[in-house]
Design a protein around this ligand. Structure first.
Ligand SMILES: Nc1ncnc2c1ncn2[C@@H]1O[C@H](COP(=O)(O)OP(=O)(O)O)[C@@H](O)[C@H]1O
Ligand SMILES: [Mg+2]
Length: 374
């Protein structure tokens, strides 16, 4: 089996990139997955999307890998480009791991995602989107609030100053987001209390891996208990050292069940698939609130998802293999019912086939009409 591991190489593109560490991380994930998967007749090869260059499209068209592991989190150092990649893979008719463009786009348009959660009755903090500084006065939410970029992830733009207690600080935080990220600010009710992540794996069935809790230590005693950019990425910072995360066993099974149910509902609301992580805060009253949905979450061997898998007895090579199986099964059906023989992998069950898949060339069209004639 030939697997292409597609990742963004754009961390050196901007002189002053507020998300450089996060972007650089994905290169290491590509290497780790390649090492974990390459054995026997399986070859997993990293392939970089360089800035906004499209060379990788032709390369993939020629390669025709059996599967693409899609690790791309941005294009040309812009997170909003993340959703472009699944569209191009759909046009090439190649199966890939993780969520489709719609889910990635919604997860990175946090206000849209929250609107969906609201209509589906999934609890998420009250919010307002602010596009222009002069609209800050229209925000009608009780303090304290947290201000974040509406189109980023990986804690980009999150610092202690993001949590605000009055109008003046709110204005400053919104201004910082608008100026640094050139995108709307999401103003959200700040939920004090525990921060717990629910890692999800699989489609049918979908299971939760052991839940992960962030333990805010001494450094956070007189600061907001939040995962700032430094806490997530700057390994020498006191924030990083004092906010370890680890798989946890919740003492309250009712709360655990509630967290998992809420996370699964949020994941389904965005039509996410294969794997991902839903981040929640639990209010002092014990109500779980969804604060963030991460469809194609970080797969670094030391990041939360792999740690949670390990706690469930799934080591990194086993997790990598499972991700490949889950994506292939979604694209082609269960191995026991899959057709055998050369090219058989591209006979997709129509129910699972993306509308665009198979249209990339005459060969695939011919196969499709033959398949439908049978
Ligand atoms: N509504 C909220 N209440 C309390 N803390 C929050 C809230 N929203 C975000 N945070 C804190 O900020 C961090 C980053 O926010 P998040 O929404 O997860 O953005 P990202 O997509 O960048 O990870 C969270 O891990 C959490 O610590
Ligand atoms: Mg998050």
């Amino acid at each position: 089996m030939h697997i292409a591991i597609l990742y963004n190489r754009d961390h050196e593109l901007l002189e002053d990139d507020p998300g450089r560490e996060a972007r650089e991380d994905v290169t290491r994930v590509a290497t780790a997955l390649s090492e974990a998967l390459t054995r026997g007749d399986t070859h997993a090869e990293p392939l970089a999307v360089e800035g906004s260059r499209l060379d990788f499209v032709d390369l993939l068209a020629r390669m025709q890998p059996d599967l693409v592991i899609n690790l791309c989190e941005s294009v040309a150092a812009d997170s909003r480009g993340e959703m472009v990649i699944p569209c191009l893979l759909d046009m090439l008719g190649l199966p890939y791991t993780g969520s489709p463009a719609l889910s990635l786009g919604l997860a990175l348009h946090k206000d849209k995602a929250k609107e969906l959660l609201k209509v589906r009755g999934v609890s998420t903090p009250g919010f307002a989107r602010v596009d222009r500084l002069e609209d800050v006065g229209l925000v009608d939410l009780p303090f304290p609030l947290i201000v974040k970029p509406a189109r980023e992830d990986a804690s980009m733009g999150i610092s202690g100053d993001s949590v605000v207690h009055d109008r003046a600080a709110l204005g400053r935080a919104v201004e910082a987001v608008l100026r640094t990220f050139q995108q709307p600010a999401l103003v959200e009710q700040f939920i004090p209390g525990r921060e717990i992540y629910v890692p999800l794996l699989g489609n049918n069935p979908r299971r939760a891996l052991p839940l992960t809790e962030i333990r805010f230590g001494k450094h956070f005693e007189d600061r907001p208990n939040i995962v700032t950019y430094a806490a997530k990425w700057e390994s020498n910072s006191p924030e990083y050292k004092d906010s370890p995360s680890a798989p946890c066993q919740l003492e309250d099974p009712v709360l655990e069940a509630r967290l998992v149910k809420t996370a699964v509902e949020a994941f389904a609301a965005l039509e996410c698939q294969d794997y991902g992580r839903v981040d929640l805060r639990v209010s002092p009253e014990g109500v779980p609130y969804v604060i963030d949905i991460n469809p194609n979450c970080d797969l670094h061997p030391d990041a939360g998802f792999a740690k949670a898998a390990r706690a469930a007895g799934i080591d990194y090579p086993a997790l990598a293999t499972r991700l490949v199986e889950i994506a292939l099964e979604r694209a082609h059906g269960h191995p026991t019912t899959r057709r055998k023989g050369p090219g058989a992998a591209r006979f997709l069950d129509p129910a699972n086939r993306n509308v665009l898949a198979g249209r990339s060339n005459g060969r695939n069209r011919a196969r499709r009409s033959r398949a439908s004639a049978e």
